[in-house]
Design a protein around this ligand. Structure first.
Ligand code: CMX
Length: 137
């Protein structure tokens, strides 16, 4: 069902403050920032080989990432797996009793379609399914 780890999401208070470590100290390839209004975040993608890190900055106090930062401070926020067919993946998980945050996919960065599994159903690890868009990461 899963093709690979698509990216790892990292919650930050400021993209500008977090970027130099990943881009300059670690030397990862920075591919720009994008606002994802449906998730109330601004994201930056950095790649190393075929793996990616997604830095997440909240754009509103209502953002799930703002709540996460309040509770935990900056750090690893979610793991995203690539899927070929997100509706089929959701249906399969629901059939196995998994609690989805998104039973219907929503739009993520880079034209991807995404759906989150509730951390209560995945041992405390917020888990994302990610079906790549045409011009996607
Ligand atoms: N990882 C693990 N657990 C998490 C979590 C995270 N990133 N975020 C929240 N939780 C846990 C909380 O610790 C809390 O656990 P307890 O009940 O044991 O205390 C529980 O989930 C509920 O958290 P909450 O702070 O009360 O917040 P909400 O219920 O309002 O929301 C969640 C929780 C997971 C439903 C919400 O954060 C969500 O919908 N997340 C998915 C969307 C998202 O994060 N989008 C940003 C990413 C954008 C992108 O990649 O494009």
């Amino acid at each position: 069902m899963l093709s690979k780890i698509n990216h790892i999401g990292v919650a930050v208070t400021s993209l500008e403050e977090a970027l130099p470590f990943y881009r300059d100290s670690l030397g990862m390839t920075f591919s720009g920032t994008e606002e994802v209004p449906s998730q109330l975040v601004r994201v930056a993608f950095l790649s190393v080989g075929e793996s990616k890190i997604e830095l997440l900055e909240p754009t509103s106090p209502e953002s799930p990432v703002a709540k996460f930062l309040e509770k935990n401070g900056p750090g690893v926020h979610h793991v995203a797996y690539g899927v070929e067919d997100i509706e089929a993946a959701i249906a399969s998980l629901v059939a196995k009793g998994t609690r989805m945050i998104d039973a219907v996919p929503r739009n993520g960065a880079h034209g991807a379609r995404i759906a989150f599994i509730h951390p209560k159903s995945s041992g405390g690890v917020l888990t994302e399914l990610c079906e790549a868009g045409h011009h996607s990461h």
